[in-house]
Design a protein around this ligand. Sequence first.
Ligand code: ASP
Length: 355
Amino acid sequence: MPDPVSRRTFLATAAAAAAAGKIRSASADNGDAPRGGPVAISSANGLRAVTKAAAMINDGADTLDAVVAGVNIVEADPTDHSVGLGGLPNEEGVVELDSSVMHGPTHNSGAVAALRNVVYASRVAKLVLERTDHAMIVGHGALRFAKAHGFEEQDLLTDEARKMWLRWKETHSDRDDWLPPPDAPDNGKQSRAHSGVQYTYGTIHCSALDTRGDLSAVTTTSGLSYKIPGRVGDSPIVGAGMYVDNAVGAAGSTGRGEAVIKNCGAFAVVELMRNGASPPDACMAVIKRIADHTRDPHLLDDRGRPSFDVKMYALAKDGRFAAASIWSGGKLAVLSNGTARHEDAAYLFKRPEKQ
Ligand code: ASP
């Protein structure tokens, strides 16, 4: 049982320190807050998401409600094959969704993984944050949890996505996510750079900052196309696909989740910013680390460079933002100073010109 005298003493000390400006709550730590209105950043497919998020924040919404409402637009769009309705399925033709959310002021998070039949994975992740004492719920449990909260089941495989999956199935031959065992006669997995296999990565990440200096983030995805059922990527993993520290900034990722997980991508970006790196430097340092740590021959091209792409996104507490990717050509969606637009992501390697 807490000692009431010590607790009273602590509260008195804390009140005195706060009055002296020595302790500031996260949401009051607004010395660097942006003056030109809210800032929202997203993967390139999130122009509508950043616009919606900033409009809600301008109307007084909490940053977490705003980013989730922003990505809901893309989750419900059947023409975006990276997430929600119309997302590309696993190797058995079933769409499985991953999502995580994080609320800066409370440093609270929620996530779902391998969730089937529910369009708005990010809303379910937010409910894990709000209505459970857990950080992540997966698979059947996630679906049951969503249904308990009134979500309706729906087949997420659109006709267009089914045809794309069928084409992959009919043509993929041995080029899938299974690796040969060590005693297989030919253990050399063909490099994906040369295999011609059509994997589709795609995800939506969105981070937002309000004028009080409060941050939240969400990442939501149908994950790597044609994955092994039950495969979980970086998107629902706090510290990999998304992370927020309200005193520092927010970060997120898209691209090959396995590489982001093994490098604690979003957490690393935020930690680098905490130690003084600018958002572009922090993103690029993590991209370089991912490239340096990629050793599997089947993931390298003939010059030893990763044959996949990853993008890291960062939004600092003072409103500075950036994105960096392994390969050139990437963009991020931004809303700042009231204007939504695309900006170029920095890159490590220039993509070879198409012949
Ligand atoms: N990062 C996601 C995953 O690995 C996919 C993506 O962003 O394209 O599941």
